[in-house]
Design a protein around this ligand. Structure first.
Ligand code: SAM
Length: 314
């Protein structure tokens, strides 16, 4: 028997393939039309009582199919295993708050953000920015289908934003050079000469949009602190943030060592001052290895308690 996710994917895939052929649209554009029709109630799948996670996963499979069909190297979707780790961290670091505001400045189709929101279901509201028009439209209609409260902005996230400071920024940062030197000039992390690193500017922009005491959870290149701009980044972080954790992601998730990523967790210092958390340095386990995962979460829980993070969400 097919699972709900399989049924939903077949429904999305079938409709999208038909629309794509009939209207000569790219698969991803046809997928957007399909999702819109589903959200408006014009078409509906046969899967009964699908959970938010089943819906998210089915949409994710269809988006992946669309991205494969028209290679989109700059829009790589964040894999579920990273999303689940980010969800766990966002939840763990914000225990003690009944309600948590989130922001993803590079949301893509929203897979990372929705994984985190589903993980913390009912406790979050989010803002998200994405520069690509089709991806943000898919993200908006997915938010409707998942009934997750997200305000979306279609713009360059490194331009001024209408986003109030949030409790947690969560983002799989675009990596590479930012082409707009004029705009980059307004950032401390701008390059002295030539283009600046987009991922560095995104970290600075995110810190501006965090509440004092809030956390940034960033998916960054594993060699973040070894690049040509590393000294500048270190100085910035010393002045503007506390490094809370650096978690190396399992190498198996990436095509090669050069593409390896880590999770960098930063805290925006609060007025209370107080002791800085001891930096958590760890290798995140393979998320399919349940035992390793449980032991990793136990280690993070113990670290969180020792470093003054609350244990309850009320
Ligand atoms: N987390 C996303 C997901 O699960 O789908 C994937 C994020 S992807 C690694 C990075 C995203 O940043 C891409 O979708 C890209 O279009 C977007 N992006 C790149 N430069 C941007 C900018 N200046 N402003 C806003 N978004 C940008």
């Amino acid at each position: 028997m097919e699972t709900n996710t399989e049924l939903l994917f077949s429904f999305l895939d079938g409709h999208s393939a038909r629309i794509s052929e009939k209207e000569e649209l790219l698969y991803l554009e046809a997928l957007f039309e399909t999702l819109k029709a589903w959200a408006e109630g014009t078409i509906s799948p046969e899967a009964e009582e699908a959970t938010k996670e089943e819906v998210r996963k089915a949409i994710q499979l269809a988006v992946l199919k669309g991205m494969k069909a028209n290679a989109q190297p700059h829009h790589q979707m964040t894999p579920d295993s990273i999303g689940l780790l980010a969800g766990y961290l966002a939840d763990r670091l914000s225990k003690g708050s009944r309600y948590v505001t989130l922001f993803d400045p590079a949301a893509g189709t929203g897979n990372l953000l929705f994984t985190v929101m589903n993980y913390m279901d009912g406790r979050t509201a989010a803002s998200a920015v994405e520069i690509d028009d089709l991806l943000i439209r898919i993200s908006a209609v997915t938010a409707d289908l998942l009934a997750q409260p997200v305000t979306l902005y279609h713009q360059d996230a490194l331009r001024p934003l209408m986003v109030d400071p949030v409790d947690v920024v969560i983002s799989d940062l675009p990596v590479g050079y930012y082409p707009d030197d004029e705009n980059a000039a307004g950032f401390k992390l701008k390059a002295d000469e030539g283009h600046s690193y987009a991922h560095h500017l995104f970290i600075e922009q995110s810190m501006r949009h965090l509440k004092k005491g809030g956390h940034g959870i960033f998916i960054v290149p594993a060699n973040l602190f070894e690049s040509q701009f590393a000294t500048q980044l270190h100085t910035f972080l010393k002045e503007e943030a506390q490094i809370v954790a650096v978690l190396a992601l399992p190498p198996g998730l990436f095509k090669s060592q050069a593409h390896a990523k880590s999770v960098l967790v930063l805290k925006k210092p609060d007025l209370a001052g107080g002791p800085k958390p001891e930096v958590l340095l760890a290798n995140a386990p393979d998320m399919t290895n349940i035992r390793a995962l449980e032991s990793f979460f136990a280690k993070v829980d113990a670290w969180a308690e020792e470093n003054g993070y609350k244990t309850d969400s009320n």
